[in-house]
Ligand binder design. Structure first.
Ligand SMILES: Cc1cc2nc3c(=O)[nH]c(=O)nc-3n(C[C@H](O)[C@H](O)[C@H](O)COP(=O)(O)O)c2cc1C
Length: 353
């Protein structure tokens, strides 16, 4: 395992921010909320987390849901807030608003900013779209001092790979890093992640870090992403849900140690910690919010079906604790299976993710 480690300093700099690890949490809307991020950080090895995408205009209008998404904690650092929207001024206002409130980084969700290159006038339209993407990025970069990063896909489809060109343009405008999900919009979540495509983005920029993203599920995958693409950092989304210890394991492997597998008790402690941190933000409503994680923890921990069913509908803190106590005594009864299918992904082309 450790022989596969890429040689590296563990620290990385993104704009003015120095991060202690180059392995980041990619945003998974609906999953990577404050409680999960805090529980994950306590396990170690996480360099940077990013919130779910937050609509810029809704945020500055103090929309309740948006404010909830940006809720954080002294121990939830370093954190970037991901914003999206089509109006440059609205994005710039949201970025300023965040900076004024002490947030340390802004990530722009570009989704797929450019249309398919096809037919007559395709080239002109692309130039126009690239121009508006650049104007948007420029407004945000000029509005704040905190580092501004951009997350995007490779392009519209395999005939319209636009990310390298855009990444180079964004760097010239002052963007501090680019995260690139190695798939096209047309691919959605299907097909393999294109390491060569990510490499082209790495080669297109001059100095800024490129964060490779997509399908990293293990320490080996993370090192392969670095080796095969030359990317400077790696963002892990679903892989962190499936194995929250992945960052700690990578950190151990980078140090030349053999990564530890968490014991069943540690895993159950994580489940409990996740829930109790959720109650700190949502009080009783955490009982409802936590249910969506029941299937995931159930499969991962080999929780017997009847207990998983109870975890899907518990109503009180006491009931939660009594289920956890039973999980501790009975968790081995069902075989644990870590199935990616438990994290639902959109079926078709993806606009924003
Ligand atoms: C359920 C779900 C929610 C997501 N939400 C976001 C989001 O809010 N912002 C974003 O930039 N990407 C989002 N993504 C995309 C991920 O950040 C990531 O680019 C993608 O899942 C590939 O990485 P992975 O294989 O490590 O998960 C989401 C993906 C999933 C499956």
């Amino acid at each position: 395992m450790t022989s596969q480690a890429v040689s590296e300093n563990s620290t990385i700099q993104i704009g003015s921010r120095v991060l202690s690890s180059r392995y980041f949490l990619a945003p998974l809307a609906g999953y990577t909320h404050l409680a999960f991020r805090r529980a994950l950080r306590e396990l170690g090895g996480l360099g940077l987390a990013t919130t779910d995408l937050v609509h810029a205009t809704a945020l500055v209008s103090l929309n309740r849901k948006s404010l909830e998404l940006i809720e954080t904690h002294a121990k939830d650092k370093p954190l970037s807030i991901q914003i999206f929207g089509s109006q440059p001024e609205a994005l710039a206002s949201a970025a300023r608003w965040l900076e004024d409130r002490g947030y340390g980084g802004v990530d722009i969700n570009m989704g797929c900013p450019m249309a398919k290159v096809n037919g007559q006038g395709g080239g002109a339209r692309i130039a126009c779209e690239a121009d508006s993407a650049c104007r948007l990025v420029e407004r945000v970069v000029n509005a704040v001092d905190v580092p501004v990063t951009v997350k995007m896909r490779l392009g519209w489809d395999s005939d319209s790979i636009t990310a390298p060109e855009l990444a180079a343009a964004f760097e010239d405008l002052g963007v501090a890093a680019i995260t690139i999900h190695g798939r096209t919009r047309a691919q959605g979540f299907h097909g393999a992640v294109d390491h060569e495509g990510i490499r082209k983005v790495v080669e297109a920029v001059r100095e800024i870090p490129v964060v490779g993203n997509g399908d990293v599920r293990s320490v080996e995958d993370a090192f392969a992403m670095r080796r095969e693409t030359g990317c400077h950092a790696v963002a892990i989304g679903r892989g962190a849900m499936l194995d929250p210890w992945i960052f700690r394991k990578i950190e151990q492997a980078v140090r030349g140690e053999t990564p530890d597998e968490p014991s069943p008790d540690e895993q159950i402690d994580f489940l409990r910690r996740h829930f109790w941190l959720m109650t700190a933000q949502h009080d009783d409503y955490a009982c409802t919010l936590f249910r969506k994680f029941a299937g995931w923890y159930g499969a991962k921990l080999g929780v017997p079906e009847d207990l998983e069913t109870r975890l899907r509908k518990f109503q009180s803190f006491d009931e939660f604790e009594s289920i956890v106590a039973e999980i501790r005594t009975r968790h081995g009864e069902r075989e644990s299976s870590v199935a990616t299918a438990l994290i639902k992904v959109p079926n078709g082309p993806v606009e924003r993710w």
